[in-house]
Design a binder for this molecule. Sequence first.
Ligand code: CIR
Length: 265
Amino acid sequence: MITMPKSYQYTHAICRKPSASIIDGLRAVDTGAPSLELFQSHHADYVAALRSTGAEVQVLDALEAYPDAVFVEDAALCLPESAIVMRPGAPSRLGEANEMAPHLKGHYTNVHQINGPGFIEGGDILVTEREILVGKSARTNSDGVAELSDIVSEYGYTLREVQTPPDVLHFKTDCSLLDEETILSTRRLARSGCFEGYRVLHVADGEEACANSIRFNNLVIMPDGFDKTAEMLGNAGYEICQIGNTEAAKLDGGMSCLSLRFTPS
Ligand code: CIR
C-alpha cells in the first residue's frame, strides 16, 4: 500500500481575506503601510495556487477587529487526527484563535485548545514526516510547547523543542519543509544543528526572506523575487510557483502564514 506523505499532501486549506485594518498589522520594522488592494490581489493568487493542486480551499471573511488575522497559520495546528487551537503570544492576536475554532470544528471531531498559561503560535511549528519541531520565540514559550506536547503525544507524535533564532519572528520564518527528507533553511537557522538527520537546502545568500515557503501537494509555493533560490529548487526537481508577497512582507508574513493546510482523517 502506498501511504501519502502527510506532511505535505493535503486535501484542504483554510485562508482568511485581508481586512482594511491590515495597515495596523504588527511588524518588527516599519517599512510603510501595506496596500489592501495589492494584498487582496496577492492573496487571490495564493488561493488560486492552492486550489490548482486540487485542494478544497475555504476562504473566510476578513476580520476587521484583528489586523493580523489574514495570517491564519498562527491560530491553529492541523494534524490528520485533530486540530489544536493555539494561544498566540502577541496580545493583539489572542482573540484570533477563538475566531478560528468553530471553522475547525466543521472539519474535525477532535479539536483541542491550548489553555495556557503558556503561549504558542503556529508559525513556530514545523511538522515533518517523522516529528513536530517547535521553535521557542518571542511568541512561543516552554509552557506553550509543553501543553502542545501533551496533546500531540496522545496521537503518537514526537515533539522536539528547538530555538527560533534571535530577532526572527517565527521558526518557519527561516525554514520550510520540501519533502519527507528535505528542509529549505536559512544558514543562520541550519547552523543551530536543529535539522541534523535531514537533507538541508540553503536559500541563496541575500534571499533569506524566501525561506518561508510551503510545499503544498505538487507545488513549492514561494514568494516572488527570489530567483536564485527558485532556480536552485527547480534544478533539484521541485515544481515552483511564485506568488507576490510584498504587502504581507511589510508585516513579516510569508507563504506559510496565509493558510492552514490539512487532511482530516
Ligand atoms: C505578526 O507579527 O504576528 C504578523 N504581522 C505576521 C505573522 C506571520 N505569521 C507567520 O509567520 N506564521
